[in-house]
Design a protein around this ligand. Structure first.
Ligand code: DQA
Length: 150
């Protein structure tokens, strides 16, 4: 079974309580449960990591190479700041889908730029918890029929 690393960046452990007008009331645990259910249908095996530490995220991405076939990532605030995570994704060279609960382009200007966007296969933003499910299904599609480049 193909293995996917699901990464949740900083503060996402607070989902459900944090800024619910932007992020909604669904907890991270509930998101992971719905991803697990979808993964069973797609015949994928998921591995989860939530971390508030940039270095831990970098190491997890590095160790995914050779062990996992793809990465589903919500880099959260690091989306806009982390060259280290961007470089780790590039170095891993795995198909990766970037997801965001909120539509980062409709928010503050500092959220409009994703450092990850140029090195991931694609990005899904603005659909709440559904962004993760859409992302996983996009990743499954890429794994069965890769597009030329990544
Ligand atoms: C987020 C958007 C980021 O700008 C923010 O820092 C987050 C969550 C999202 O899922 O909408 O923590 O990645």
């Amino acid at each position: 079974m193909k293995r996917i690393l699901v990464i949740h960046g900083p503060n996402l452990q607070l989902l459900g309580e944090r800024n619910p007008t932007v992020y909604g009331r669904v907890s991270l645990k509930a998101i992971d449960q719905s991803l697990r259910a979808q993964a069973r249908r797609l015949k994928l095996q998921l591995e989860f990591l939530q971390s508030n530490h940039e270095g831990e995220l970098v190491e997890a991405i590095g160790s995914a190479k050779g062990r996992c076939e793809g990465i589903l990532i919500n880099p959260a605030a690091y989306t806009h700041t982390s060259v280290a995570i961007r470089d780790a994704l590039e170095a891993a060279g795995l198909p990766a889908v970037e997801v965001h609960l909120s539509n980062i382009y409709a928010r503050e200007p500092f959220r409009h730029k994703s450092l990850m966007a140029p090195v991931v296969s694609g990005q899904i933003a603005g659909f709440g918890p559904q962004s993760y499910l859409l992302g996983l299904s996009a990743l499954a599609g890429l794994l069965t029929s890769p597009r030329g480049k990544r």
